[in-house]
Design a protein around this ligand. Sequence first.
Ligand SMILES: [Zn+2]
Length: 117
Amino acid sequence: MHEMGIATEIVRIVIESIPADLSDPRVERINLKVGKLAAVVPQSLNFCFEVAARQTPVEGAELHIEVIPVLAVCNDCQHRWTIEAPVFRCPQCDSGSLEVLSGRELDIESIELAEDG
Ligand SMILES: [Zn+2]
């Protein structure tokens, strides 16, 4: 369970990115990209986020989580594919030498603030 640490970090980053000249900022939605390999359970992250956002301008914001597939490239034949099962082997040449190109990320893609009035 590392979701609480991640949720706290998201709240901190979002608060820091709110323009200082807004008198009563309210965050409506946070778009998050999470790689499959980041081992984050979206439901659990949503729950932790709700707790971490309490008493902050982020409270009540919707956390939208997009799960990014794991993309790998074979070091031997340069074949690229998306890993579905936990089998880390090139389906084309059966090499075990590969590099994971994506799937570990955890990025805040965008933050949407509520309109005034
Ligand atoms: Zn290969």
